[in-house]
Design a protein around this ligand. Structure first.
Ligand code: UD1
Ligand code: MG
Length: 451
């Protein structure tokens, strides 16, 4: 059956104490909203609608950046979760099939759980996702009647007996799209909060002789983010799971708890990741690579058998070839490093291409920025770039070419040529000792003066 997805993301998130809309705070370098979107979209819904309100423009931009096909509707006043869903009424007027509602601040609902809700829909008109809460606190309580869900009662409206119930509402609900909007028309705001509660749906359905039920998921999946402490807990939960998954794929993590992955990090099997490695977004590491300690990688691709680090920084657009070596205190940005090429020490390679097997000496810098524009450096294969070479871009160094140590390369170096741009050395016999004596005498005089 076709499925339509609605994600509620209009709330302010006051407790985050931030100007950034709550759903744009990040876990593993992706906004909370993107986590919810990813979960919902793994079921291939025919439409996705985001309900925005606080910080609508920024939220819409983030949603569209993730998926240009999402539709956004505004809820200008936050009058409750049913009112939020109602904003999508016109957009989904023709929608056939089911509707599932997720929250933008609840990032960990799994695709399997939503699939189980779809299965339960075979026997019930309205399916709610619940969980056994360790601390039920202020969650809505699910009042079951055997297999059926009689109603959901919000904490504020619940009696003592109802508050004692530990089976709680996650907020995720699924029903036929037309039925959802039909039932929402009947929702009133006569309750303790004066809000239009989406949680009224099960009782309204059963009053019509339809059936509602609740299925349970692990409480960890329903973790919602309301504060910076919740955000940190969400990050920790995400990282713990992601590390586990990497190890199951055959990746060696020497100190798993010190490795931080991005939400979309791909690491091939037989890869070794040493302690204290941080992955930002859009990183792919191929089989058999080794990422050594204290390296930071984002927006990059590391090919098979390459070695990166320790203390390396790969920035967006870094493409590291097979068996290439990127060593300590080397930064690579928007640059291709050819197969077997090496840049092992204290180097910046930016806006550049480096051919296969080329060796970049310590302290080499591609001077890619003139203060206004960025320029390219092209280095051929089997070249040797001497230590402390400054490559003033735009510039090219050919195949099998060499640059002498400390050369400032301002003109192209043809294939097989050697470039050297430093003063010839002058050696003065005995001058060092003379200089020492002069300097020591000066120093003695100065110290005497200050006595
Ligand atoms: C809601 C449920 C509660 C459940 C809990 C789980 C209702 C009435 N209550 O309560 O049963 O246990 O979630 O976390 O649904 N939102 C809008 N527009 C609005 C109101 C809310 O977009 O007008 C969005 C919020 O941004 C948030 C989500 O809906 O993402 C839930 O709203 P929130 O105010 O957090 O509801 P709770 O009081 O937590
Ligand atoms: Mg909430």
């Amino acid at each position: 059956m076709s499925l339509h997805l609605i994600i509620l993301a209009a709330g302010k998130g006051t407790r985050m104490r931030s100007d950034l809309p709550k759903v744009l705070h990040q876990v593993a370098h992706a906004p909370l909203l993107v986590h919810a979107l990813r979960a919902g979209q793994s079921l291939e819904p025919v439409s996705t609608t985001i309900v925005t309100g606080h910080g609508a423009k920024a939220v819409e931009a983030a949603a569209l950046a993730y998926d240009p096909d999402v539709q956004c509707v505004r809820q200008n006043e936050q009058l409750g979760t049913a009112h939020a869903v109602d904003q999508a009424r016109a957009l989904l007027a023709e929608a056939e099939g089911d509707l599932v509602v997720l929250y933008g601040d609840t990032p960990f609902i799994s695709a399997e759980t939503i699939t189980r809700m779809q299965e339960a829909r075979a026997h019930h008109d309205v399916v709610v996702l619940g969980f056994e809460a360790a601390e039920p606190g202020k969650y809505g309580r699910l009042i079951m009647d055997g297999d059926g869900l009689a109603r959901i009662v919000e904490f504020k409206d619940a009696s003592e007996a109802e508050r004692a119930v530990t089976f709680c509402n996650s907020g995720v609900v699924m029903a036929d799209a037309k039925l959802v909007f039909d039932l929402i028309s009947q929702v009133s705001n006569e309750n303790a909060s004066g809000e239009y509660y989406l949680t009224d749906l099960p009782a309204l359905a059963t009053a019509r002789g339809l059936s509602a039920t609740a299925i349970a998921c692990d409480e960890a999946e329903t973790l919602g983010v309301n504060s910076k402490a919740d955000l940190a807990a969400a990050e920790a939960a995400f990282q713990a799971k992601a590390r586990q998954e990497l190890m199951e794929l055959g990746v060696t993590l020497q100190a798993p708890e010190t490795v931080f992955v991005g939400y979309d990090t791909h690491v091939g099997p037989e890869t070794i990741i040493e302690p204290n490695v941080v992955f930002g977004p859009e990183v792919t590491i191929e089989n058999g690579a080794r990422i050594r300690a204290f390296s930071h990688l984002e927006g990059c691709h590391v090919s098979r058998d390459a070695i990166v680090g320790p203390y390396a920084r790969l920035r967006p657009g870094a493409e590291i070839g097979e068996a290439a070596h990127i060593g300590n205190f080397v930064e690579v940005k928007n640059a291709t490093i050819g197969e077997g090429a090496k840049a092992n020490h204290l180097t910046y390679v930016g806006d550049a291409s480096v051919g296969a097997r080329t060796n970049i000496g310590a302290g080499t810098i591609t001077c890619n920025y003139d203060g206004v524009m960025k320029h390219q450096t092209e280095i051929g294969q089997d070249a040797f770039i001497g230590s402390n070479t400054m490559l003033v871009a735009p510039v090219k160094v050919g195949d099998r070419a060499m640059t002498a140590t400390a050369t400032v390369v301002t003109k192209n170096v043809p294939d097989a040529a050697m470039a050297i741009s430093r003063m010839e050395q002058v050696t003065k016999p005995g001058l060092a000792v003379k200089l020492f004596e002069i300097l020591k005498a000066k120093n003695a005089k100065r110290q005497k003066g200050s006595e």
